[in-house]
Design a protein around this ligand. Structure first.
Ligand SMILES: [Zn+2]
Length: 469
């Protein structure tokens, strides 16, 4: 009650001064909503993870959206309106304070810290049952949607055990055996290994799955049978590239579209459902210091946050967890002349650096590359900068041994930052504690600081599922 009085007094004082009133009353409303959740259990769980999202990435997506449409991000909106409980999370793995996505997802998935590279598997091959299997055993529908291969570390950590995250074809076969209800993302090459003559898609169809490869096929699926949606060979395109290509936009769903469909397919299930939603390419963009890819993919993730929260607000029995598995590259918008204005260069960009690089080959002409950068990213690079880039491309081995990881991403980012004021602190994962927000039943129990493995038990307890497995 004391807290209520404080809010009332603050509201009155604010009213007298003529400001802040909407924020305070929103806070009060959120307080009451949170209170009403305390009696309920979480029938459903939606777990959203922006992979490799440093706090600078979250901040920049909000600055971007505030400057662009005045509203800011949905994620930060939940903070501004005081609608969620919030914590920092310690994501260390069994082998390092700096986790990889496999050990990170396993910590939540199996409730045990494993070494980097492994999925719910200990030193002596012991396996820890992943959380989506536990929920499936008690009758819930479960699924994952992602922008990277559906067999990739983050979805896999909630679904299977494996001694190596690299065994993606084996993981694709395990998914068939385990019959998860909705699995959608990229990774065709792990289901159909053409060189080995192994194609799992007919096996999925024969065992009763609806297998889809395009957005329109996805929209036509129903909740009668499980759904496997695979929309690209490897990862899905970066959002900035998808948005600027009519064919891609028509054929490949956005993360928010997959999220909405997955919820629609599982929401009427009596025993409830659990869905993991991964913005997987936020991590890939951070590794590549690819600022336009990074911001647009984080914004795409943020749209999936809105889909989940809109559903949970209406539903009232859904716990929404929003987080990241580790920082990556510590990007940020840095102080400098006209920094705010330069950052807005991102508004008019049409292409990720990764796509721009994939179009650029050995022996590229100076004019072509300069023009490509101008058209794709609306930036006029200096002549000597373009020449330096061409030299780097010319130093690449001949095609066939073309190695994307050797391309001059850092050099490019250091030039581009003169136009955007976005700097990167490196090209790999960081040990930063991660941001964690929760909405809905059970969320009031979130402590201010939590160990990754505790989140496993947190989900089971919120859903009142006994951990007897
Ligand atoms: Zn990574």
């Amino acid at each position: 009650m004391k807290r209520r009085t404080f809010f009332k007094d603050t509201a009155l004082a604010s009213a007298a001064l003529g400001f802040l009133l909407p924020t305070v009353s929103q806070g009060l409303e959120a307080e009451e909503t949170a209170w009403s959740y305390r009696k309920k259990k979480a029938k459903n769980i939606i777990f959203l993870v922006s992979d490799g999202m440093s706090i600078g990435t979250l901040t920049m997506s909000d600055v971007f959206l505030r400057a662009k449409n005045g509203t800011g991000s949905n994620w930060l909106g939940l903070y501004r309106q005081n609608k969620v409980k919030r914590a920092l999370m310690d994501m260390a793995s069994a082998s390092s304070v700096i986790t990889d996505s496999a050990a990170a997802s396993s910590s939540w998935g199996g409730g045990v810290r494993v070494k980097n590279g492994r999925l719910n598997t200990g030193d002596n091959g012991e396996e820890y049952m992943p959380v989506w299997q536990k929920f499936k055993k008690v009758g819930k529908k479960v699924g994952c949607v992602t922008t990277v291969p559906i067999t990739h570390a983050t979805p896999a950590g909630f679904c299977v055990s494996s001694k190596s995250r690299g065994e993606q074809s084996e993981i694709a076969a395990k998914y068939l055996e385990l019959r998860f209800d909705v699995m959608m993302g990229g990774g065709e090459k792990y289901f159909n290994q053409k060189e080995k003559g192994i194609d799992l898609f007919p096996q999925y169809i024969n065992s009763g799955f609806q297998v889809v490869n395009t957005k329109s096929q996805m929209l036509e699926t129903n909740s009668q049978k499980p759904v496997l949606g695979v929309f690209d060979v490897e990862g899905l395109p970066y959002e900035i590239d998808r948005l600027n290509d009519n064919t891609l936009r028509q054929n490949i769903p956005s993360l928010a579209e997959m999220t909405e469909k997955a919820i629609g397919l599982m929401k009427d299930h009596k025993a409830g459902f659990c869905l993991q939603v991964e913005g997987g390419k936020v991590d890939w963009a951070a590794h590549a210091n690819d600022a336009p890819a990074l911001i647009y993919d984080q914004v795409a993730f943020d749209e999936a946050v809105k889909v989940a929260i809109d559903f949970a607000e209406k539903d009232g029995e859904t716990l929404v967890i929003i987080t990241t598995d580790h920082g990556n590259a510590n990007p940020g918008l840095y102080y400098g002349k006209d920094a705010d204005k330069k950052f807005e260069t991102l508004f008019s960009m049409k292409q990720s650096t990764s796509l721009l690089f994939s179009l650029t080959k050995k022996g590229e002409s100076f004019e072509t590359l300069k023009e490509r950068i101008m058209v794709g990213q609306r930036c006029a690079f200096e002549d000597d900068e373009v020449k330096m880039l061409i030299k780097k491309f010319d130093e690449q081995p001949d095609s066939g041994t073309y190695n994307e990881y050797k391309l001059p991403y850092e050099l490019y980012a250091n030039i581009l930052r003169k136009h955007t004021n976005i700097h990167f602190g490196g090209t790999d994962h960081s040990a930063d504690f991660t941001e964690l927000a929760m909405f809905g039943p059970g969320s009031h129990k979130l402590p201010a600081f939590i160990k990754n493995t505790d989140l496993h038990h947190f989900m089971l307890e919120a859903a009142e599922v006994e951990n007897k497995f």
